[in-house]
Each structure stands twice: as C-alpha cells, then as structure tokens.
Ligand binder design. Structure first.
Ligand SMILES: [Zn+2]
Ligand SMILES: [Zn+2]
Ligand SMILES: [Zn+2]
Length: 332
C-alpha cells in the first residue's frame, strides 16, 4: 500500500493536516492525525468523494474530525460547491479561531469518553442515525435541507444522502430515516417547504404547460383580449388589427384610447395546431417530468413536505448516552 507523508501545518497552535495528497490518492488519513483537516485540493469531484468516504468511516475519530476548506479552492468547486460546503465544517476564513478551538475541544472531549471510538456493526438506518447524532451533538447543529440540482427532488440532506450511492436511493432512504426518527421522538421536525413531485419517479424537476382543452397541444399563443365598449364586441387583439391601426371587426369603428373606447379585460389563448385553432380563456395545466418524461395532471403529483430536524432529548439519550453512546462504553 502506498505511503503518504503527512503534511502538517501549525496554525494558531493547532495542527492542520493538509489533505491534498490523501484526496489525490483516494485514501483516508488515520483518525489521530492532526486537530483539523484542511481540504486544499481544487478537484471538486475528488473532494466530494473523499468527504463521502469520511462520513462513511466507522471510526468516530475520522468522521467527527473538524474539516475545513481552504478559501482558495472555492472558485474551482463549481456545481459541487454547495454540497462540499455542507459535507465539511465550512471555509477556513469564515471560522473564527475561537470557534474552531471550541469545536476541536468539543470533539476531543466527546471522543475521550469512549473506550473504543470505532462503531460496532449495525444496520444502515441505525448507523446513519448514530452518525447524525454524533455529528450534530458535537457541532450543536440542526439538519437543514439544501436546495440542490444534484438531487432527485431539488432538495438534499447532503450528509445523509452521502451514505447512498444514487440520488434515488438517497431520496428514499434519507426521508424515511428522518421521518421514522421524528415519529419515534428522536428528532424534532419543523416545516421548511412543500414540494410537488412526479408520481412515477419522485423527481421534483417538472415542466408546467398550459394546454389547449380540445387537442391537448401546448404550442399556444397568448394574446390580450379587447372589449369594444360601443358595440360590446370582445375578441383577441388580432381581430382588431388592420395594418397598424385597431379597427373593430363588428362595427368597423376605429379604436383610439385604451380605457375610453375600449379595454383589455384579460387574455385569450389561441391553439397553434392548424387543425384546431381553438380560442379559449382558461388553459388547463399539464405537467411533464423532466427526468422520466411522463405527463401528469397537477392533481396527480405527489405533494411532500420538507422539514428541518433538530436533536430531541429522547434521541440524545438513545444515541449519545445509549448502547453505542458514551455512557455505557465508559461504564462497561
Ligand atoms: Zn388545440
Ligand atoms: Zn365595435
Ligand atoms: Zn418522473
């Protein structure tokens, strides 16, 4: 196996392990190296892969390690920037030395209370919850959904999603784990947003069409509706256009002043299907899924609420002080 010479920098009396060589070699450093790990690689996809490996490690010394991003890499991360921000403790510059020292102390203090910081084998749901509690407890943080193109629905829980290998599994499992934990009183949830999802594939990337009620075509032209006061004729603006002037097609009077001799009470749709040419005011909506291509009426979409989660006392008792937590390990 390849050996990496660890590069450690001393900053404000703390040991920073530079991760570039580890990220390049796709290797995890040992959990006892450095007080802080510093991501100084500009390769977004490799950084993301590395951070996902960190959180899937069974060693608390690895997955609880404070990890910061070097500020200079920010412009290189591209589409991965938001996710990478959430898989780490953020940018070095944004973290005050005091806050960082506190975080390091909290993690040390927490880890020191275990006889063995390596997790025993457990099923995946429990493993993810153990991780969530260890992390959120040492960080004093909540679990907040992130708007993201790189997710099935448009919302991600980056740290939980990273336990799963594709966006579909990530969506299904993350929501299920969080929902169950909230139902069992381990987490407390608060409303964040409502989503409409494809009922075939759960995608949140949907294209809304106004369609012709007769032929279902969605190639429509919308035009203002004109109402001539004197003869009460109402029709699309195109009925009134004669060269550059507006002339009423019913009474042949020229229209001059909006609000005085005519008004525009709304709009009308004209179907551009040559066989149809239907004119109508109320256009039904059809929804086309960007991911699977299926079409739906709006009432067929799946309505899902998105929540933020915080640790509940019951959950802290179970995961922080419970069977795999700090109390029993120290006592046993
Ligand atoms: Zn039509
Ligand atoms: Zn008229
Ligand atoms: Zn779909």
């Amino acid at each position: 196996m390849m050996q990496i010479q660890p590069k450690i920098e001393q900053i404000n009396g703390k040991q920073f392990l530079l991760l570039n060589d580890f990220i390049d070699a796709d290797m995890l450093p040992a959990g006892d190296m450095g007080d802080v790990w510093l991501v100084n690689s500009t390769q977004g996809s490799k950084v993301k892969k590395f951070l996902r490996q960190v959180l899937r490690s069974n060693d608390r010394r690895v997955y609880l390690k404070p990890i910061l991003l070097e500020d200079s890499i920010r412009p290189f991360l591209g589409v991965d920037a938001a996710i990478i921000g959430r898989l780490s403790d953020g940018y070095f510059e944004a973290m005050s030395p005091l806050k960082l020292a506190t975080l390091i102390d909290q993690v040390h203090y927490y880890l020191n209370r275990f006889l063995n910081p390596v997790l025993p084998g457990m099923d995946q749901h429990e493993r993810v919850l153990q991780y969530i509690f260890d992390l959120a407890y040492t960080r004093g943080s909540a679990i907040i959904p992130l708007r993201s193109h790189q997710s099935l629905t448009g919302y991600a829980y980056p740290r939980i999603d990273s336990f799963f290998f594709n966006i579909k599994d990530a969506y299904m499992n993350s929501r299920l784990i969080l929902k169950k934990a909230a139902e069992e009183g381990f987490l407390v949830r608060t409303y964040h947003d409502t989503q409409h999802l494809c009922s075939d594939c759960n995608s949140g990337f949907l294209n809304y069409h106004e369609i012709c009620p007769k032929c279902k075509n969605h190639n429509l032209k919308a035009m203002p509706l004109v109402h001539h006061f004197r003869c009460a004729y109402v029709g699309p603006e195109s009925d009134f256009m004669l060269h550059d002037n507006m002339v009423c097609p019913k009474c042949s009077t020229a229209l001059r002043n909006l609000g005085v001799d005519y008004d525009k009470p709304g709009k009308v749709f004209i179907c551009k299907n040559q066989q149809c040419n239907h004119k109508f005011q109320e256009a039904p909506i059809r929804v086309c899924c960007v991911d699977c291509g299926k079409e739906h009426d709006p009432y067929e979409l799946v309505v899902k609420k998105v929540y933020e989660y915080a640790l509940a006392e019951r959950g802290i008792q179970r995961y922080v002080y419970g069977a795999h937590g700090i109390k029993t390990e120290v006592n046993s």
